[in-house]
Design a protein around this ligand. Structure first.
Ligand SMILES: *Cc1c(COP(=O)(O)O)cnc(C)c1O
Ligand SMILES: [Zn+2]
Length: 426
């Protein structure tokens, strides 16, 4: 059977884990698992077959030779992936670079990159016969899980921090039938509780500690490189919260190199929010001292004080000679306003990528002639309150760029003309 051929081992102690049962953390040492694909050189044309059961030509499952092999009848796919890279001159100027690409993972079925990992995680859950799949979430994971569980005929259970989930994400989870439990406290508390629950009951945990999720998230990088004709950029920048994606990107680059699809490894740069930056502090200490923080930021998707994938992410940064930094909420919101104003749009956490690139170019960490691709992790509509808060309210501090306030007038042509005078006569 296929599942027996998947090699899973603990990255800390090397303990082996069978893929025929739910996979969470190492029972021996509490470490996280990684899937070893035992890759041999691959051909660039190896990715043209639909392995999602023939239903869709998925932008994840088309990369099957770089993924664990699951039984075809257990694959739950919603045609995820196949996202665009935008190259916009105004964005490049804002970053201080001649060119910068933004790969928009908000174009996935539920509006965030989480779908790429979820299709693999939920498919594995189905392959091992799980009936209940669960996650703790800052919002997007639960929206994605609700969707994929429903598509695969399973019940989803999500634990979320009460009152701290962006409206669009909560709405998706409710509408798509997740059993939702809100707990007092933050994401870190929600995840700790869920881990206790899944240790006691037959509930399959699909948080990003799950190695199958990371395998799916690798395809962001694989697809990006294919879009760039396998010419690696100098830098890949992404926001960092729980750091599953940073870990997945490191594994993607490792695997692509092992398969001889690239001969040069781009530098990964993870950007955190200043109020939720334990990884950035850890990096600044030369990966010597790690301390969890109490997280606070407008970018709720990265509001995490004790990232689960910290050590895997450290290895990704070390492997790629990468960098970690943090940006303020004002910097995030300003960068977001430029991304939005260019017609691209994203949720706040995503804009940390661009804010971080701008900061690192100014600081000389990124060369002014570097090729850079940033990841936009989620769709603008995920967090409509952040938009209205910025443009109509006080969010974003003094001097915020691109403020765009709707006005109200009485219903007469005269009033309309007076209001639009400047626009019509220019
Ligand atoms: C989950 C998420 C992140 C953070 O990714 P991690 O893997 O937790 O570091 C960033 N942005 C958005 C929109 C997300 O949904
Ligand atoms: Zn272990």
């Amino acid at each position: 059977m296929l599942l027996r051929q998947i090699h899973i081992q603990c990255v800390e102690c090397g303990a082996q884990q069978s893929a025929t049962e739910p996979v969470s953390v190492c029972a021996v040492c509490g470490g996280l698992f990684e899937i070893d694909l035992r890759l041999t050189p691959l051909d660039r044309g190896a990715f043209d077959r639909d392995t999602s059961g023939g239903k869709y030509f998925s932008g994840v499952w088309r990369y099957q030779p770089l993924l664990p092999r699951l039984p075809e009848n257990s694959i739950v796919s919603r045609a995820e992936g196949r996202t665009a890279i935008y190259w916009d001159d105004r964005i490049a100027a804002y970053a201080g670079l001649p060119r910068v690409g933004l790969k928009h993972e908000g174009q996935n079925p539920t509006g965030s990159f989480k779908d790429r990992g979820m299709t693999v995680g939920v498919s594995h859950a189905k392959a091992v016969g799980a009936r209940i799949v669960a996650c703790a979430s800052t919002g997007n994971t639960s929206a994605s899980l609700a969707s994929y569980a429903a598509a695969g005929g399973m019940q989803s259970l999500v634990i979320i921090p009460e009152g701290k989930i962006a409206g669009g994400k909560l709405a998706q989870s409710i509408a798509m039938g997740a059993r939702i439990v809100q707990v007092e406290g933050d994401f870190d508390i929600a995840l700790a509780l869920l881990r206790q629950l899944t240790a006691k009951y037959p509930v399959y945990l699909v948080n990003s500690v799950n190695p199958f999720r990371l395998e799916g998230q690798k395809t962001i990088v694989i697809e990006m490189l294919e879009q760039l004709d396998w010419n690696p950029p100098d830098v890949i920048a992404l926001p960092g919260g729980n750091l599953g994606n940073t870990a997945a990107f490191g594994k993607a680059l490792h695997d692509l190199h092992a398969a001889r699809l690239i001969d040069r490894i781009p530098r990964l740069m993870t950007i955190q929010a200043e109020g939720a930056a334990p990884f950035a502090h850890y990096f600044e200490s030369g990966f010597d001292r790690y301390e969890p923080v109490k997280a606070e930021t407008v970018a709720t998707a990265i509001k995490i004080g004790d990232p689960a994938s910290m050590q895997r992410a450290r290895r990704a940064i070390q492997l790629t000679d990468g960098h970690v930094t943090s940006v303020t909420d004002d910097e995030i919101l300003a960068a977001k306003s430029w991304i939005d104003r260019a017609g691209i749009g994203c949720e706040p956490a995503s804009a940390a990528s661009l804010a971080g690139v701008r900061k690192l170019v100014a600081a000389g960490v990124i060369n002014r002639d570097a090729t850079v691709v940033g990841i936009l992790t989620g769709h603008l509509l995920k967090d409509a309150d952040a938009v209205t808060g910025y443009h109509l309210g006080e969010l974003g501090g003094a001097g915020r760029p691109n403020v765009n306030r709707p006005v109200s007038v009485e219903p007469t042509l005269d009033a309309l003309e007076r209001t639009l005078d400047d626009a019509l006569s220019s």
